[in-house]
Design a protein around this ligand. Structure first.
Ligand code: GLY
Ligand code: MN
Ligand code: MN
Length: 461
């Protein structure tokens, strides 16, 4: 946990923002894998971590916004648990670390919530994303568990997003630690990227680094020579000459802050001419976008800037044609980059998306585009100091999408379909870094991870 005052300060700020009603924060429960006692790796809810810091199941935090008081509901472990789990801290000790002196057994929670319901007090809670939490809330509030997302408190969602979006110094330090672990994961993957090696071997080794140095991977590792599949979670290929390996991998620290880095490495460690041509374009898009990152600039503007660099490079190679601004305006570039430039990062690798992507990245003035590809942009608002973002342009040759568009003659004034065949073996290239928005500009987080052609080739050799 962070120091106690980190949590007390955060709750004080939330009290100032809400003022009325009560707020319920339910910790994540254990999730069984194949029978109740055989559970998945435990991951606490990020909002519970943010406001209370306690990294255990079976806890509920209650904030009374009228009285300004906070309370923890949980049961102490019993002897039957201790025999299997060893000595465990008492609820009182854990609550104190979070700056809360008032604790009660879980059985008392229903009584307190019933009292609030009978007095028609507003009960604020965040949208639950796990079935167990939906059930717990439904039972407490006497509402249909399936409706818990739609009746979650918009006031609480907005207040929490406004706080979690701006990272504190202790959080930035954690994210930097997570990027340091990612450095080791990626450099190791590059060194192992040799002909004949199984993807699974590299995947296992770098997942092991994330576990050895922190809290494990921040998300399921993407590692594939079929990088044209954006989130490719199969690792059963054998690396072969002429292919490139996309590794999109980050770690969580022990306090659960994430990194999210992507590197693309030619099998055997040397780029061929076509690979290098496309790689340099994606690299330029990545580095120029990072350079332009500063407060006031919107992630949407930066996204289009990065897309134009990509489209312009592809035009130079003869894969695209026509006016670049026009091509990007109508969405022709989305054949090659059907995803957004980046997303916020913090306690979640896609930070706060459980609270609703549109609450995080859009507002009443800035609406989500419904254009193919651009619709996946997760955040369109201006940057503020304290935001942490990924910058992750890519270029993909997706056979199914190319065939479909070619068949339809889609954007044929902007795409040279006949030239694409020669590039299909590239698969995909993505280069992703993690950036903090500062008062005047930005800071690349962590030790820079090799990414120029020279740097990557030198690591591989
Ligand atoms: N790691 C998934 C992403 O880059 O968004
Ligand atoms: Mn990523
Ligand atoms: Mn990402």
């Amino acid at each position: 946990m962070f120091k106690t005052e980190v949590y007390t300060k955060r709750r004080e700020e939330l009290h100032k923002k809400l003022k009325k009603g009560i707020g319920l924060f339910i910790s994540n429960s254990e999730a069984p894998m194949n029978y109740p006692d055989n559970t998945y790796h435990y991951r606490q809810d990020s909002d519970f971590l943010y406001f209370f810091g306690i990294d255990l199941p079976g806890f509920t935090g209650l904030m009374d916004f009228d009285s300004g008081k906070d309370r923890i509901f949980a049961n102490d472990y019993e002897m039957d648990d201790i025999i299997w789990m060893g000595p465990q801290p008492k609820v009182k000790e854990l609550a104190l670390k979070s700056g809360i002196t008032d604790t009660a057994p879980l059985a008392k929670l229903e009584e307190v919530v019933n009292d609030a319901i009978s007095k028609k007090r507003k009960i604020h809670f965040l949208p639950p994303y796990r079935g167990e939490t939906k059930m717990a809330l439904g039972r407490l509030l006497k509402e249909n568990p399936c409706q818990m997302i739609s009746i979650a408190s918009v006031d609480l969602i907005k207040a929490v997003i406004s706080m979690r979006s701006i990272k504190e110094k202790v959080e930035i330090d954690e994210i930097e630690k997570a990027v340091e672990v990612a450095y080791e994961m990626h450099v190791t993957a590059m060194k192992m990227c040799k002909q004949g090696v199984k993807e699974q071997d590299i995947f296992g080794v770098i997942e092991g680094i994330a576990l050895a140095k922190g809290g494990g991977p921040a998300f399921p590792i993407i590692l594939s020579i079929n990088g044209q599949t954006l989130h490719n979670h199969s690792h059963d290929n054998i690396l072969s000459k002429g292919k490139m390996m996309v590794t999109d991998a980050g770690a969580e620290t022990n306090l659960h802050y994430a990194s999210d880095i992507t590197r693309t490495t030619p099998v055997g460690g040397k780029f061929n001419e076509k690979q290098q041509n496309i790689y340099e374009i994606v690299l330029k898009s990545n580095t120029e976008a990072i350079k332009a990152t500063k407060p006031g600039m919107s992630n949407r503007d930066l996204h289009f800037m990065a897309c134009k660099i990509l489209a312009s490079g592809l035009k130079d190679l003869g894969l695209m044609k026509g006016d670049v601004d026009e091509a990007v305006e109508i969405g022709a570039h989305t054949l090659f980059i059907p995803h957004g430039l980046g997303h916020m990062m913090g306690l979640d690798v896609h930070d706060m998306e459980a609270l609703g992507e549109n609450f995080v990245g859009y507002n009443d003035e800035v609406k989500r585009s419904d254009q193919f590809g651009t619709a996946y942009l997760r955040f369109a608002l201006p940057y503020k100091p304290g935001h942490v973002f990924t910058v992750e342009p890519g270029c993909y040759f997706i056979p199914e999408l190319i065939d479909k568009w070619k068949g339809e003659g889609k954007f044929k004034d902007f795409i040279n379909y006949s030239k694409l065949d020669a590039y299909m073996s590239i698969g995909g290239i993505r280069i992703e870094d993690n950036v903090l928005i500062t008062d005047k500009g930005h800071k690349l987080l962590g030790k820079p991870i090799p990414k120029t052609v020279k740097e990557v080739e030198s690591v591989c050799s």
